[in-house]
Design a protein around this ligand. Structure first.
Ligand SMILES: [Zn+2]
Length: 333
């Protein structure tokens, strides 16, 4: 059977364990040789019935599955379910909710929620180096995500208050809008790539320092308001549009970032029931992954390409239930 190109083909293809196994080997080892995750030895045999490998090295834990060393480690969920789930989240424009995944895969909603968070970890791209460059155009914008506090149940309010206390200063929490979490984003127009990060606050220093740390000197920086970014003047060509007057002044606008925010919010509103600030960065990463790897004229990426790309990023990352929730609770999967 040929490698899958559509969701339906992916579900069929990965319903065969041997296809899952071959796929995992291909994304983990370029030369196709399985290595022991503990001692890197190639001298391993496959125990077909147990679906594990056995290493002959002199160390404990001689048996290992292909999930060891990846985001799937310690999960009782079969690869036959993990791989179609990964296909779904990397290809659906607005994301997929834990309820949808629960129905599609026949796992509990709680399990589906945990699976999606692990998969988001695979979609997280490490951002090394700065974006922009001499003469390059970079849009800078901020948005707020979350509900207004007065519309929320008290226990949820308290939970969010606690979570925000970790990232925010007390004075910001005191605000009536404390349930809204700020996110700052940069769009490199030439590369057509977005970088977005949950920020502790929207103080001028905070936003400005992030710009200085992430955008190359000499870039043309476009923002949407007359915030006095005093430190930017001698390092960038800084231009802004005053939204009281217009939203576009020639090439000076932040419409690209606005477009990303609306995709992010559509995903959060339509598909995800509620997002705590603590988890928001993962949803932002998920949306940025799909946005940065969307099909364009000169780079016609497909669903299969996006899935493959995310799967090459599963190695060396782990997320346990207690890390995810802060609860010391034994996950049933
Ligand atoms: Zn070994």
């Amino acid at each position: 059977m040929a490698t899958p190109k559509t969701l339906l083909e992916a579900i069929q293809y990965f319903s065969d364990y041997d296809n899952c196994r071959q796929f995992m080997i291909s994304v983990r080892w370029l030369d196709g040789k399985v290595r022991c995750p503990y001692c890197q030895s190639e001298k391993v045999t496959y125990l077909e019935k147990a679906r594990v490998y056995r290493c002959y090295g002199d160390h404990p834990k001689q048996k290992f599955s292909l999930k060891v060393g990846t985001i799937f480690e310690d999960s009782a969920i079969a690869l036959e379910k993990w791989l179609p789930a990964a296909w779904l989240i990397t290809s659906c424009k607005n994301g997929v909710s834990s309820w949808e995944l629960h129905r599609a895969l026949g796992v509990t909603q709680k399990t589906a929620w945990f699976m999606l968070h692990r998969l988001r970890l695979a979609m997280q791209t490490q951002s090394f180096g700065k974006i922009g460059g001499e003469g390059s155009e970079v849009e800078v914008d901020e948005t707020y995500v979350g509900a207004r506090a007065q519309n929320m149940h008290k226990s949820r309010k308290d939970r969010i208050r606690q979570a925000q206390a970790q990232v925010r200063s007390a004075e910001t929490i005191a605000s009536r809008y404390y349930a809204k979490t700020p996110v700052q984003g940069f769009l490199d127009r030439e590369q057509r790539k977005v970088r977005a990060t949950v920020v502790a606050n929207v103080k001028r220093e905070t936003l400005q320092d992030r710009i200085l740390n992430q955008i190359e000197r000499g870039s043309r920086v476009y923002t949407d308001q007359a915030l006095a970014y005093t430190k930017l003047q001698d390092k960038y060509v800084h231009e802004f549009v005053n939204h009281l007057e217009s939203y576009v002044r020639g090439r000076v606008h932040t419409n690209g970032m606005e477009n990303f925010w609306s995709l992010l919010k559509r995903g959060l509103k339509g598909t995800y029931v509620a997002v705590e600030p603590y988890h928001l960065q993962r949803y932002v990463d998920e949306q940025a992954f799909r946005y940065n790897n969307r099909a364009t004229e000169d780079n016609p990426l497909t669903d299969a390409d996006r899935f493959h790309l995310a799967m090459t990023q599963i190695v060396g990352k782990r997320l346990t239930y207690s890390e995810l929730t802060g609860k010391d609770w034994q996950a049933p999967f």
